[in-house]
Ligand binder design. Sequence first.
Ligand code: HEM
Length: 183
Amino acid sequence: MSDNKAIQQPNDATDHPELIDPIPELPGHDSTESRVAIFGHPIHAMSVAFPVALTFCGFGADLMYWFTGEAFWARAALWAIGTGFFFGMFSGFSGTAEILFVPGIRARAPAWTHFIIAVTALALMGANWGHRLSGYETAVLPWGITLSALSVLVVMVTGWHGGKLVFNYNLGTSRGKSASKGS
Ligand code: HEM
């Protein structure tokens, strides 16, 4: 009888009811499918490539201006950073709508972590663009290029973390046609 007790595994649910994670109890916890989508394609996932790529282009153009001194590169940086910022705001709105409308996304802390990192990235991109509006050539060195380098770093972390939401937590993904039809 005492042997039986020795091999019994501890069970958190019955032995320590205070340790049960309350989150899975929430209604809608398992509802994580994207709702901000066109024909099932999530707008956020489709649009984030633009701000990421344009932020890299802006930094590249700043480096070219630093090396060559040609005004063309300073103007290219202004446009890349400005359009990157506006595309970033657009994808930020679509991501915010996902967080607000999808209960299973709203309930998960990593989604809010991503929100905070993304807003930091957008603030840097906006500051970088605004800083250049009063003279795009003089703005590049030293502060423009510094802001561009910081934006690249934070946008990389934002994109990497967004990928984790999709690949590790399955947020914003579809259950697929075969799952819903049961075939
Ligand atoms: C500012 C508010 C933002 C919120 C609330 C937000 C929220 C989310 C959510 C919930 C997902 C999971 C997929 C989905 O539901 O569509 C996601 C994915 C992602 N996010 Fe954001 N996001 C924001 C901004 C951004 C920005 C500014 C970027 C990059 C510039 C970004 C990059 C990504 C990437 C790369 C993914 C993975 C997409 C994929 O691989 O399919 N997000 N985001």
